[in-house]
Design a protein around this ligand. Structure first.
Ligand SMILES: [Zn+2]
Ligand SMILES: [Zn+2]
Length: 159
């Protein structure tokens, strides 16, 4: 099992777009690359901020449209990370082997978990029920090891 802040191996998204013969709009390409290079999960405004370094005129609506099509193509994935930081969603380039996400509901840290058991589970579900899984998304929430190790803090008392 691999437990990481952010798994390094991301699928080469731009090559994947080309392989699928998709028109490489500049926006789509830049946005895919932003997510591929990001060392963490990004929300749409952050994708916009980073993509604007190459496409200064880019708008948030265009970012959302590009994210939506990249998601439908299975090139990126969308997460809510337990909505720890509000209602926004987060995006990431997919990894070759799917991974799960654990969000600490106390400190907000996110861990990525890659395990052969997840692949096994998917294969079992596919085999048993004749399904073909294209997207697998498993988000877990709870208390991380660091937070669990901290002594129970007394509730904040306002002065
Ligand atoms: Zn924590
Ligand atoms: Zn992830």
């Amino acid at each position: 099992m691999v437990l990481a802040k952010h798994l390094k191996q991301r699928r080469p998204v731009t090559r994947e777009l080309q392989a699928r013969g998709l028109r490489m709009t500049a926006q789509r390409k830049v946005i895919a690359e932003v997510l591929q290079k990001a060392g963490k999960h990004l929300d749409a405004p952050e994708v916009l901020r980073r993509a604007r370094q190459q496409l200064p005129g880019l708008h948030l609506a265009t970012v959302y449209r590009a994210l939506e099509s990249l998601k439908k193509l299975g090139i990126i994935d969308e997460l809510d990370l337990m909505h720890f930081r509000g209602t926004g969603h987060y995006y990431e380039a997919r990894t070759d082997k799917d991974h799960m996400h654990f969000t600490c509901q106390r400190c907000g840290s996110v861990l990525e978990i890659q395990t052969p058991l997840f692949e096994k589970l998917k294969a079992q579900i596919e085999g048993r029920h004749g399904l073909s899984i294209r997207v697998a998304r498993l988000e877990l929430g709870g208390i991380c090891g660091t937070c669990a190790a901290k002594k129970e803090k007394p509730e904040r008392i306002s002065a």
